[in-house]
Design a protein around this ligand. Structure first.
Ligand code: FES
Length: 162
């Protein structure tokens, strides 16, 4: 009897959106919509967000690789490793004016872009550079290699005894 009544109602509303049909459509849309959002968010979560730029902390090799009295520029890291006796330090080779890479000169460092000059310690001696070249912390890694940490600046004249 009830089935017959339902059929009668459906027949009378044929061509119109019934309340039942509307609710079915909305709940289906909500179910599939939330499933789609869930799948997309999981894919975004799975995708690695690693950056592959230069790391701020890196090993530069054993101390013996830097003989006393040398100033070795490591182009891939933009630092100059200075060895004086048993002391080692790392000085940035990025010009403090507009970021060009300075090169080692007889008197210290020279910038090819606008002519800034720095002495052996990175102190500005001429040109438009507003401040000295930064020094970075150098430590001895557990494997015996020197490790430079470019995220940590140290005062000029800070050496590692190695
Ligand atoms: S970038 Fe070095 S002097 Fe301008």
């Amino acid at each position: 009897m009830a089935k017959k009544a339902n059929e009668t109602i459906e027949q009378t509303t044929e061509g119109q959106i019934t309340r039942r049909r509307l609710l079915t459509w909305l709940s289906s849309f909500g179910l599939f919509g939330s499933a789609a959002v869930s799948i997309v968010s999981n894919l975004v979560f799975i995708k690695p967000r690693a950056t592959y730029g230069q790391p701020n902390r890196f090993n530069i090799g054993k101390p013996e690789g830097f003989p006393s009295g040398t100033r070795i520029t490591l182009d891939q890291h933009n630092v100059c490793v200075v060895r004086e006796g048993d002391k080692v330090c790392a000085i940035s080779t990025v010009c403090t004016h507009l970021g060009c890479i300075v090169s080692a000169s007889e008197t210290g460092f020279a910038c090819p872009c606008h002519g800034s000059r720095y002495d052996q310690d990175g102190t500005v001696t001429g040109g438009p550079a507003p401040k000295a070249l930064p020094w970075y912390r150098v430590t001895l890694a557990p494997n015996g290699e020197l490790e430079v940490d470019k995220s940590e600046e140290v005062p000029a004249g800070t050496y590692l005894n190695a």
